[in-house]
Design a protein around this ligand. Structure first.
Ligand code: CDP
Ligand code: CDP
Length: 228
């Protein structure tokens, strides 16, 4: 690809995808695309419009009217639905608990997959999600599948909430994460699945820097291969 490699990072909730994807993208001056934020944004828009979350026609109508855009930011990217900033709103518990329902709608998926493919067409992109290596970018040069134990992932979310001043129960978080993993892995259209040619990294006992180093090494190897 003209602008660099396509790097796909998939895995279950709180495996560390967005954190490491963003750092890896910065290191290689690639564009970082958080596809989960796109599913979260249409979920937020649908909740605000008070439409039935299984009414695909209505949700498609809303999606067609919604321009989802990203702008660089620290510590997280800014996300916009048309002119409205939704960076924080898309992380609410309500959105989190409903996003898998909306993300299971086939037409919503194909519309968002198409947008994601357009963004990644020239390469130079790190994209994280659930179906990037399998469906969105099946020819990505680097495919990573991040996993971690559900206990560790709940603990991470717990600490993240605590830092935001939100008190949550660890066991509720475990249940929420396990339920979302189940829904994401069992839906009919492009479920969460490791691509055959993806490299699996278990991040349970790894630091963010260790995960970034492993992925950066895989990218360097591919870049050296394409140079020779
Ligand atoms: O950050 P977290 O792991 O909680 O989730 P996310 O990456 O923000 O994704 C939120 C939800 O969007 C997931 O639980 C999936 O239901 C859906 N999603 C998807 O179906 N396909 C993607 N490529 C990305 C997210
Ligand atoms: O995007 P995804 O839901 O897969 O995970 P994330 O939002 O990047 O990471 C969830 C939390 O785990 C964040 O607070 C990260 O700082 C933390 N994390 C960690 O403690 N150790 C890692 N190896 C990766 C992430």
């Amino acid at each position: 690809h003209a602008q660099g490699l396509q790097v796909a990072i998939d895995g279950p909730a709180s495996a560390g995808k967005s954190t490491v994807a963003k750092i890896v993208a910065q290191r290689f001056s690639y564009v970082y695309v958080d596809t989960g934020a796109m599913y979260r944004t249409i979920t937020l828009v649908a909740l605000e419009a008070q439409v039935d979350l299984t009414n695909e026609a209505q949700i498609m109508n809303l999606l067609q009217q919604t321009q989802i855009t990203f702008r660089p930011g620290e510590p997280v990217q800014h996300v916009f639905a048309n002119q409205t900033e939704v960076t924080n709103a898309i992380r609410s518990e309500t959105v989190t608990n409903n996003v898998s329902t909306v993300a299971a709608l086939p037409q919503v998926r194909s519309a968002l997959v198409k947008r994601q493919q357009e963004i990644a067409a020239d390469g130079g992109v790190v994209m994280d999600g659930r179906d990037i290596g399998t469906t969105v970018l099946p020819n990505a040069e680097v495919k990573i599948f991040l996993i971690a134990s559900v206990e560790q992932r709940a603990e991470r979310r717990y600490l993240e909430n605590q830092a935001k001043g939100i008190t949550t129960s660890l066991s509720d978080l475990q249940t929420e994460i396990a339920e979302r993993d189940y829904k994401d892995s069992h839906r009919a259209v492009s479920p969460l699945q490791k691509a055959q040619d993806a490299v699996e990294i278990d991040t349970t006992t790894l630091t963010i820097n260790q995960v970034v180093a492993k992925i950066a090494q895989l990218i360097d190897e591919k870049l050296n291969l394409t140079k020779n």
